[in-house]
Design a protein around this ligand. Structure first.
Ligand SMILES: [Cu+2]
Length: 230
């Protein structure tokens, strides 16, 4: 279990560490329960194994049994609320409080690829908007606002290193945001089984320094105005 935790993807966003601490907390709780309950099960299997001259005896619920069930139910419900409490802050940061962002990009999902649309110079997503197929470039350190939509079925926009995951729905425009702390190339995958080509529904997140990003966007714009846009 702890080895698995060590193998989480690197933490790219400012909130990745907080997400991981909630994950670790959940894994710790479920790990304790797993070891405890499986251990108890093994103990019972050995303790009450078949023995010569002993037959099974059936018991019907008495007060003590009901109290045990009630106690365990309360413990589980309490731990559920504890997880909610631990995760409330990072949930609000990532999912509820959209901060002022440096840039907005539309993310269009369809079976089985991703298109990233950047606004034109006036900030509009009109005919001069710049679209990038399967390549999502962002400037490092900036807050990126993404508007997610799907042209067909439900997909799921998952950036493992950012620790951002959100369902993408047809007819809906869902607002999310993230930031990045390191230049590099990272994964984008669809995390909702969306059809036979689901596993091929990937893209690349390029985190560039500002100059590289500006150059890329300018070249993309030139390419599309030159009539070679796909
Ligand atoms: Cu998909």
């Amino acid at each position: 279990m702890f080895e698995m935790l060590g193998n989480l993807p690197e933490q790219l966003s400012s909130f990745a560490g907080d997400i991981d601490s909630v994950l670790k907390f959940i894994n710790l709780l479920t790990g304790i329960f797993f070891v405890g309950l499986e251990g108890y099960l093994i103990y019972l299997v050995v303790r009450y194994r078949q023995k010569k001259g002993k037959t099974a005896k059936y018991e019907h619920g008495d007060k003590a049994q009901i109290l045990w069930i009630l106690a365990f139910t309360l413990i589980i419900v309490f731990l559920d609320f504890l997880i909610d409490y631990k995760g409330a802050h990072v949930w609000a940061t990532v999912k509820e409080d959209l901060p002022a962002c440096d840039m907005t990009v539309q993310v269009q999902a369809k079976q089985f690829d991703w298109t990233f649309v950047y606004p034109d110079k006036d900030g509009n997503f009109g005919p001069n908007a710049i679209s990038s197929y399967r390549e999502f470039h962002v400037p490092v350190g900036k807050k990126i606002h993404v508007v997610l939509t799907s042209k067909d079925v439900i997909h799921d926009f998952f950036l493992p290193e950012v620790r951002l995951k959100q369902d993408v729905m047809p007819q809906r425009f869902i607002n999310e945001w993230f930031d990045t702390q390191k230049v590099g190339t990272y994964h984008i995958v669809c995390d909702e089984l969306c059809g036979y080509g689901h596993t091929r529904m990937t893209a690349v997140l390029h985190v560039d320094d500002q100059q590289t990003f500006d150059d890329w966007l300018a070249s993309k714009e030139k390419e599309q105005q030159g009539g070679t846009a796909q």
